[in-house]
Design a protein around this ligand. Structure first.
Ligand SMILES: O=C(O)CCC(=O)C(=O)O
Ligand SMILES: [Fe+2]
Length: 215
C-alpha cells in the first residue's frame, strides 16, 4: 500500500502549518541573506505572500519504461518546498546524469527556481552562480502506486507588467547581470504555453538573445 505518509490523518494539516510557521519566514529569508540583500527587498517583492500548495497524484503505471510521471523541467519562480511519499521517483539532473532524490521521512526537498537564480545572478560572480542555480528535475513513472507528492510553490510577486530582475542595492559596475529584466506576466504566459521540457526558462532573458515574440 503506497502513501502511508499521507494516510496518516493530520499529515497535510501538519505540513501546511509547518510551512506557514517555519518555511515561509525562514527559508526565503535564508536565501535572501545569501544574496546579501536585506529583508525590505524581500517584503517589497511580496515573495512571502504568494504561495500555494498543490497535490500530485501519480497512478501506478503498468509500462513505466514507455512514459514519465513528469517531464524534465525547472520550476519557474522562487522556491519549491516538496514533500514526497515513500514511493520515490523524483530525479534531479546533475552533471548530465539523472540522480535519484530518495524520499526521507520527515524531510522536504527544496528546489531553487528560475527566478531565484535570476536574483542570484545579480549579486555573485559567475562561479558562485553555478553553485546556486535552479535545478532541472523529472519524475519517473512507477509500477507501484499511486505516488503522492505535495509541493508548496513560493511564487513571489503576482504576475503583472512590472519588470523584475535588478535588486538595486546589489548591482555594481563590476557586477553586472547577464540577464535582462523580466516582465513577469509574459514570463509566466510563456511557461504555461510551452511544453515543460521545451521551456527555456531564463534563457529567453539572457542578454543578446532574441526574446519573446512582440518584445
Ligand atoms: O512530484 C514530484 O516529486 C515533483 C513534482 C514537480 O516537479 C513539480 O510540481 O514541479
Ligand atoms: Fe518541478
Amino acid at each position: 500500500m503506497s502513501s502511508q505518509l499521507f494516510a496518516e490523518g493530520q499529515c497535510l494539516t501538519t505540513y501546511s502549518c509547518t510551512l506557514e510557521n517555519w518555511e515561509v519566514p525562514c527559508s526565503l529569508s535564508y536565501y535572501w541573506r545569501l544574496l546579501g540583500s536585506n529583508q525590505d527587498t524581500l517584503k517589497a517583492w511580496n515573495v512571502q505572500k504568494n504561495a500555494h500548495l498543490c497535490d500530485h497524484y501519480y497512478p501506478a503505471c503498468p509500462r513505466p519504461e514507455l512514459t514519465l510521471g513528469v517531464r524534465k523541467h525547472a520550476d519557474p519562480l522562487f522556491l519549491t518546498v516538496l514533500m514526497q511519499d515513500e514511493i520515490g521517483g523524483l530525479q534531479v539532473l546533475h552533471e548530465n546524469q539523472w540522480v535519484d532524490v530518495p524520499p526521507i521521512r520527515g524531510g522536504f526537498v527544496v528546489n531553487i527556481r528560475n527566478f531565484l537564480q535570476l536574483s542570484e545572478f545579480l549579486s555573485f560572480d559567475t562561479v558562485s552562480n553555478d553553485k546556486f542555480k535552479s535545478n532541472k528535475h523529472r519524475v519517473l513513472a512507477n509500477r507501484i502506486g499511486p505516488r503522492i507528492s505535495v509541493p508548496c510553490f513560493l511564487n513571489g510577486p503576482v504576475p503583472s507588467s512590472k519588470l523584475y530582475g535588478l535588486i538595486k542595492e546589489l548591482i555594481s559596475e563590476g557586477n553586472p547581470t547577464p540577464y535582462r529584466e523580466v516582465q513577469l506576466d509574459k514570463y509566466i504566459a510563456k511557461f504555461l504555453s510551452t511544453g515543460l521540457d521545451e521551456y527555456q526558462g531564463l534563457d529567453d532573458y539572457y542578454r543578446g538573445k532574441k526574446i519573446l515574440q512582440g518584445d
